[in-house]
Design a protein around this ligand. Sequence first.
Ligand code: ADP
Length: 457
Amino acid sequence: MRNFRGRSNAAQMTRTFTAMILLIVLITGASIAFVVGYRLTRNRMDDSSVLVSSLERSIIDDEPDWHHWKQTSPIDTDDTYVKVITKIPGKKKETFYSDNAEDFLAAKQWAIPGFSRFYYSDDFGFFYRSGSESRHVYYETWTGLHDVVHIFRLILLDLLIAMVLCGILGYFVTAWLARRLNQPLSALTNAAKQISHADNISYHETLPVPEHPDEVRDLGTEINQLLQSLNDQALRDHQFVADASHELRTPLTAIRGHISLINRRGQDHPEVIPRSLAFIDRESSRMQTLVEHLLQLSRMDHAEVQLSYQDIATAVKDTVNRYQGSLQQTIELNIATTSMAYFNPESLQQILIALLSNASKYSPANAPITVTVTTQADQPVIMIADQGMGISDANKAHVFERFYRVDQARSQEIPGTGLGLAIVARLATLNQAKVTVSDNQPHGTIFTLHLTTNLVD
Ligand code: ADP
């Protein structure tokens, strides 16, 4: 019953359907009552016209033969009353009453408002009154509507019983149906509650998704996809913290080792001090770069950048000219096609500097680096190509991951944090761009930045 509270779907469905069933029964009953009532009343009105015609036919040679009419007329004297007044010129005015008509006319009658020919009398019930005049004879007839009232009562009683039965039956059937329809949703809610109250909130179980109905299955699938992406995010965050701690622990341990070395041997062997200080200086600056990269990445998680439609060649030339001085290698700038694209100039500069710095780190000092601005499949691209050690296909798939460093780079003691390309990839995404990596010929690496000319909201 918990899912059947007043404001639950099931309760609302039950109320609405029961009310609808009652309304349908009421409308059907009322229309039947109206049609039957109208038809019966019309019949009685026709009876009354037939009666007047038969009265008119009873006048022979201006002389009404009432006694003959009374004997031959099939009228029900308990139900129909007749009063006839003759005003034949030269003859005495005469009034004729059918059986019981005088008693009936003596009783008090009320006209029914809105229905000028219908009357009600406490003792005699409902009547239809009609009058006509023909050949100096005035006829007045009252036709009883007892049958009509009786059938009307029966219909109303029937309607009442039907409403009660349909109401009770409708209530239980719709309540059962609503609960049945709601059951998969309730099951999903209960499963979600269990998960949200679980102890380990860093990893979310997926919900059991029913096959039917389609709406609940779709909702469950969507929630599961959401949970899956939350799980992935939680795992990534977990891995990120673990990797960051690991990366920071290595230089910290080394720094502490050298400090302890100075403490132990510094006094007797002062020659170890400058070497250890140089090491501490190098490791602490590596740590500083690492922390800055970490901060940069975490800020970019929820960052948004303003993109504007600009000339690519100008932005690339600007960065290359400014950065050339700090690299050992020469940079050859090749503007094959100059085109426009959407980008944020600051982000583009950051991306170019990171890629140029990598190209410089991982290639010999005498091998020039080429920066090309061109188009590929009608899309503007910027390519940074070096003639260095290159990246194997197996490693290409991972170089954009956080903290990923190819072993060769580590073994050759090339300084780095393994975060540079992760930052580049994130910056590219923020600029609705994409970075890809491929081999240069005969050796080396090409990083290609594919810029966008159509913004997606
Ligand atoms: P790092 O700080 O180690 O350079 P990055 O994220 O910038 O970190 O790069 C990840 C790894 O990809 C590097 O450690 C290196 O092994 C490889 N890499 C990046 N750029 C190049 C390049 N131009 N040539 C060869 N290897 C590269």
